[in-house]
Design a protein around this ligand. Structure first.
Ligand code: HEM
Length: 451
């Protein structure tokens, strides 16, 4: 019996809740409802799980890592555990392809952009420091006022909708707050009109298809799903190019204008349209669903831990502890298959040959009892709160972590200002979408308004 609180969704999942190792399947239909039970079994019985034939080439295997110490070591050592994207971009660079040719063959604007701007790991850091840090990394603080305004507008909008009593407000939290907040924020950062959000949201849904609908440990799409994703992205590249053209002529105070004007010191040149479009794609892939899921899970933890909402209202200095603890306990990104072994390695006594694919299970590492005492307790006083691997760690740590943290703290700051309490409303089933993210599909909440 796990210490993770069970919801009714366990009975609704097509997969049986695992009771021993033979039941554990992290990737099958309905697996999301049982991930935390599976992690407890894996931690005690198979902290390194071999998936036979799961490697990148026929005859090679994949290994699911669930221990904090292992994943922390892997992400910090790019020589022993190279990143797959780097490897693919390096292969395109070796073929001498231009970014445009790379786009033709991969259909990935991000890959094309990386080929131009960071064809090797050395340029990775310069790319980040010069091009994204000023907007979504350490420079994200400049967005505080804008995000606060979006958060308060969203609260005003759901309060203005009828059906509430004087003192209470019922809301489907995901569609009315957790999803639109990162969407509005990212549109503002990039410099796209707020009216375009429905269109941008549809493209955003398309770009994250592999993460939210992909199957297996490599979150793969069927040929039909891939074709559908490409069809749904129709128009996005032209839309970005139109804005790039306009902003080259008439720059504004936004990230796309900055990228149009930026002199990329690392290569001593300006960026091309396709390179800018690739960065915009990266922001949309990384910056929307992830923060949405963090907000959704935070709301659920507040409902499940009575008194914490009031504690935070009384002492806002604990807000950061709350957002960090909740990201540890309910990581939005549960696992990514993004590293390979350059050499033969041994993890937890298990031989892992060179050339194996590593599936890094961040969600499991964050509840590893060897790293976090009482891992399923929301502990606002926990030492080393940011040791979790929700954003990964090391040189490739998520470049948007500062922005996401800021959004979460501002969101809850605004909700704490406007409401006295939070609880589940009727008609929740807490079911999650497929894929490798922890995304609740629907969340009805009841807030009591502050006097
Ligand atoms: C709670 C929110 C978020 C979570 C849980 C998250 C998680 C992650 C993780 C685990 C990685 C992989 C790092 C690695 O390979 O070691 C990553 C990469 C990335 N994230 Fe985030 N992220 C979040 C928010 C954001 C935001 C707000 C943005 C953009 C503004 C963003 C942009 C990216 C990008 C572009 C990458 C790929 C970097 C590369 O090229 O290696 N993320 N994120």
């Amino acid at each position: 019996m796990t210490s993770y609180e069970k919801h009714v969704n366990h009975d609704l999942s097509p997969m049986r809740c695992p009771v021993d190792l033979s039941d554990v399947d992290l990737f099958g239909e309905g697996a999301q409802e049982h991930w935390y039970e599976a992690y407890e079994i894996l931690h005690s019985e198979a902290p390194v799980l071999r998936i036979e034939g799961g490697g990148l080439t026929p005859g090679t295997d994949a290994f699911v890592l669930t221990k904090h110490a292992d994943i922390n070591m892997v992400v910090k050592d790019g020589d022993r555990f190279p990143n797959l994207t780097n490897k693919r971009v390096g292969q395109l660079a070796d073929k001498g392809l231009t970014p445009e040719e790379a786009f033709e063959s991969t259909k990935s604007l991000m890959t094309a952009s990386m080929l131009g701007l960071r064809p090797n790991p050395e340029l990775y850091f310069k790319h980040r420091r010069e091009l994204t840090d000023p907007w979504v990394g350490p420079g994200a603080r400049r967005h505080t006022e804008m995000i606060t305004e979006h958060a308060n507008n969203l609260i005003d909008e759901f309060l203005a909708d009828g059906g509430d009593s004087d003192s209470q407000s019922s809301v489907e939290f995901i569609s009315r707050f957790a999803r639109p907040l990162p969407q509005r924020t990212m549109a503002s950062i990039l410099g796209f009109p707020q009216e375009d959000i429905p269109m941008l949201a549809a493209w955003g849904d398309a770009v994250v298809t592999p993460f939210v609908h992909g199957t297996g440990l490599r979150h793969e799409l069927s040929p039909e799903q891939t074709a559908d994703m490409i069809a749904r992205l129709d128009g996005f590249q032209d839309y970005i190019y139109e804005h790039v053209t306009a902003k080259r002529q008439d720059p504004q105070d936004d990230m796309v204008s900055f990228l149009c004007d930026a002199h990329y010191d690392a290569l001593d040149r300006k960026l091309s349209n396709i390179e800018i479009a690739g960065i915009v794609h990266a922001m949309i892939i990384g910056g929307l669903e992830t923060t949405q899921y963090a907000l959704e899970e935070q709301a659920q933890l507040l409902c499940e831990n009575p008194g914490v909402f009031q504690t935070l209202r009384a002492d806002r200095s604990k807000l950061r502890s709350f957002t960090e603890e909740s990201m540890r306990m309910r990581s939005p990104t549960h696992g990514l298959s993004t590293r390979i072994t350059a050499n033969d390695e041994v993890f937890q006594g298990v031989d892992v040959p060179a050339g194996s694919l590593l599936h890094l299970r961040f969600g499991a590492a964050n509840v590893d009892p060897e790293e976090f005492a009482c891992p399923f307790d929301l502990d606002l006083e926990r030492e080393g709160l940011t040791r979790h691997l929700t954003f990964s760690a090391g040189p490739r740590v998520c470049p948007g972590a500062t922005l996401s943290r800021l959004e979460q703290q501002i969101a809850w700051g605004a909700l704490l200002d406007r409401f006295e309490s939070i609880e589940y409303d009727d008609d929740n089933d807490w079911l999650h979408q497929p894929g490798i993210m922890l995304g609740t599909l629907r969340l009805n909440l009841r807030f009591t308004k502050a006097g």
